[in-house]
Design a protein. Structure first.
Lengths: 213, 213
DNA sequence: TAGATTGTTAATCGATTAACAATC
DNA sequence: TAGATTGTTAATCGATTAACAATC
């Protein structure tokens, strides 16, 4: 029954939410949960939850439900959270500093191994104990450390050239916070965008148009 | 032809992207664009773009296309970006500080009027010229200033009580950065979630499962 | 065994794409 | 006028929901 190919993005984006909630249940000491209970707590339908989980295998037991601990671990495995992919962060401005701190205390599949900035006012300073390197060191560093992923916290205009350098260095997965949609010509890359401005504008729309739910 | 009710979230979430790209075109001095050109640049179909825009009215001209300047303004209006909704920010940690700076130099529909934190190490400090107030002042401040929206950059466990206080003060729109899904019992609220952890886990999945596009 | 709840197939709903007539 | 491109309807595709047989 477990397929595991061509899982839709809609399903994938719900997995972290399941994981987050199951972790919470685990901490509260809940051992067993049914799809119906889950659906109520998460505001989804029980059907959808079972449908989602069965993309990856049958983790439940008929007549009983799901074992919280086990399901949580399974989803963690599916997400690949036990990996420690090496990540670097480019751009140690306000947002970069926040993300760097965020990631180091709560690593989910990644380990931050380097922070870079091109401004002399930032290089040499420390974020959570890690030194901020000059971006000119990028080539040397990447050849040595071979990071898997780069967090991009730089202004729009800098993105293009940095991406090119990173791609050539073999760093081909990006967590992009810049106000810019990275359109990759290559298909061996993964880009996960976090467009805070877009989110804020969406909120503005929803406040301005209360007719919609 | 302009309807303007029950616009689907899928459409709404594409609007900021259109807006962002059109602003960029405007800056580059492009005056005219067709749905086909747009579709190529944005990686969508021309059909979808025309379909999306026609939820709000016919902004184009047959045989000609869209006037960049005009379309950009129209979308800005639809989003409500000329509003200056008063916003407050709760939680002046790393992320809170980053968002506060972010919002003040690039305001899209909002104006940050207050920053709050409950830790004595933070209160009294300044972020982008604005003082960080003690959260105990929340009631007085909100009664006086009547903010429309609250940015939540506090840890999970604090959210519940803060939301309750805010709701009772009439602050019912939230931009939520906490690792927590705000489930509102009331329907006069709007919650826009930014779950950075979820985004990171999704990225981890996509790196770990390269079979998928 | 009887009751409960899953896994899975079938039905519905909504969103995207295609097609084309209207019109600038 | 002829060419181009929109606005809009119709067709397709995918995702969500409902239903139920399998089974713990």
């Amino acid at each position: 029954m477990p397929r595991r190919e061509n899982i839709s993005m809609s399903v994938i984006r719900r997995l972290p939410r399941y994981y987050r909630f199951l972790t919470h249940l685990k901490q509260k000491g809940v051992t067993r949960i049914s799809s119906t209970e889950l659906s109520v707590k998460l505001g989804l339908t029980a059907s959808q939850i079972r449908q989602d989980l069965n993309c990856f295998g049958g983790f439940g037991q008929q007549g009983y439900g799901y074992i919280v601990d086990q399901l949580c671990d399974e989803i963690g495995n599916i997400l690949g959270l036990s990996n420690e992919y090496k990540a670097i962060l480019i751009g140690a401005g306000n947002l970069g500093r926040a993300i760097a701190s965020h990631m180091s205390f709560d690593d989910e599949g990644f380990r931050l191994v380097g922070i870079f900035d091109s401004s002399p006012s930032k290089t040499g300073t420390r974020i959570n104990g890690q030194i901020v390197r000059d971006t000119v060191e990028l080539e040397d560093f990447c050849q040595k450390e071979q990071p898997t992923m780069a967090v991009l916290c730089i202004p729009r205009d800098g993105v293009h050239t940095v991406i090119e350098r990173l791609y050539n260095l073999g760093v081909r997965n990006y967590w992009n916070f810049s106000h810019y949609d990275i359109a990759m010509k290559y298909d061996d890359t993964v880009v996960e965008n976090v467009h805070l401005n877009d989110s804020l504008m969406t909120l503005c729309y929803r406040i301005s148009n209360p007719s919609q739910k």
